[in-house]
Design a protein around this ligand. Structure first.
Ligand SMILES: Cc1ncc(COP(=O)(O)O)c(C=O)c1O
Length: 400
């Protein structure tokens, strides 16, 4: 049978990360590929207690719920958003989603018609690119440096393409671990107001910071009209409950809620009730502090394992100030995609950088997750990676 799939799924490809994970899960390979939190940190007992509390409310806890999500949880989220200076919203401006991934999808569903331009960072979150492609968007990457998007490039692309939407991960981005400076965030706000661009700010990692610098979300600089802010419980509590949220202008949230009705009626309301109980009876902020400490330590182990190679110029990277990823650039002659099978043979896996680019990829880049492997595994895995790069250097000099 030849299945006549819709035009819009023609360009859909399986996620490089998911495919790698499948291979990696089968063998004895140290994986730095997925964006997996450390299993040991999951507050399993507190979550069990939270579910018991939800169940103690009787069978109504098991009933269909509102599309927008369990209202008391939305109120808790507003409190947590206010701590980040995201204010001026009510529970009606909050939509609970099945992971923040669904927020990306619903946003795209209500705003992208085939051929519409969306501006993104370069590189950017692979699974967001997949969503935009599935809605047949024209994705235009904007040049970035270590301080965020380069505003002159953004302005020229706004003038050229007249986009109505943008997608950014300004705090500890996936994959680059990049943090935008406050100045760039403020400049962005000025530009989007002047040119009427709606921004989707994706912030799953903002809470996982290793310094006390504190970062102002772009949404906190807005007046509630031009920025939609999304985050998730996946990295701070557990990903299995698949609970994220989006806060922003009412008209957009309302349209997304209608799209959600067509999509799945509502997210898992039992999980919402449990997360509400968790936020009320468990020290989530204390827990986030333990996450920060462990991940900062693992990041240190990874940076230390790579430091000699960085000094000798074989690789370059910026030390992450938060989040879950280290973005590495190898010598120009290295193709990380082609080398992945060899890395796996050596017992480690990473995600090649190329799929994170909407434009011309840098083939010598790769993403390493530092939150899931143990210290010993990180040391061993980095040794294997560097040995492979060393071999490639030697092979290349032989050819020369
Ligand atoms: C930048 C970014 N956005 C969104 C997500 C989706 O997270 P979830 O759907 O688990 O909330 C991820 C997950 O890794 C991510 O890295």
């Amino acid at each position: 049978m030849k299945y006549a799939f819709a035009k819009r799924v023609r360009h859909l490809q399986s996620s490089a990360v998911r495919d790698i994970l499948k291979v990696v899960n089968q063998g004895n390979i140290i994986s730095f590929a997925g964006g997996l939190p450390d299993d040991g940190l999951f507050p399993a007992k507190a979550i069990e207690d939270a579910f018991s509390r939800a169940f103690s409310k009787g069978n109504k806890a098991l009933q269909y719920g509102e599309t927008e999500g369990y209202r008391p949880l939305r109120e808790v989220i507003l409190e947590r958003m206010a701590e980040k200076d995201i204010t001026g919203f009510t529970a009606d401006h909050v939509l609970m989603t099945t992971g923040s991934q669904q927020a990306i999808d619903l946003f795209s569903r209500v705003l992208i018609s085939p051929g519409d331009v969306i501006l993104t960072e370069e590189p950017t979150y692979l699974a967001a690119l997949q969503v935009f492609q599935s809605y047949e968007a024209t994705i235009i990457p904007v040049k970035c440096d270590e301080d965020g998007m380069i505003m002159s490039d953004l302005l020229s692309k706004i003038k050229l393409y007249k986009p109505k939407i943008m997608y950014v991960v300004p705090t500890f981005s996936n994959p680059a671990g990049r943090v935008w400076t406050l100045e760039r965030r403020k400049e962005l706000i000025k530009l989007i107001h002047k040119h009427h661009v709606l921004v989707f700010e994706d912030d799953p990692y903002g809470d996982i910071q290793f310094t006390n610098e504190g970062y102002t979300p772009i949404a906190a600089l807005d007046d509630g009209s031009h920025v939609l802010y999304t985050s998730t419980f996946s990295k701070t509590a557990v990903p299995a409950l698949r609970t994220g949220w989006i806060v922003g202008p009412y008209q957009v949230i309302r349209m997304m809620a209608q799209a959600k009705q067509a999509n799945d009626l509502h997210s898992n309301s039992l999980a919402h009730q449990a997360l509400y109980e968790l936020c009320r009876h468990f020290d989530l902020d204390g827990h986030i502090q333990s996450i920060r400490e462990l991940y900062a330590h693992r990041k240190d182990v990874m940076v230390e394992s790579l430091s000699a190679a960085k000094k000798s110029g074989i690789i370059t990277f910026e030390e992450p100030k938060g989040g879950m990823f280290l973005w590495l650039e190898a010598s120009a002659n290295v193709n990380t995609q082609a080398l992945l099978p060899r890395a796996i043979q050596k017992g480690m896996a990473y995600v090649p950088g190329a799929p994170f680019y909407a434009g011309e990829p840098k083939q010598n880049t790769l993403r390493l997750n530092f939150t899931h492997a143990t210290d010993e595994e990180i040391v061993k895995g980095m040794q294997a990676l560097l040995t492979m790069f060393q071999e490639v250097e030697e092979e290349t000099s032989l050819i020369k």
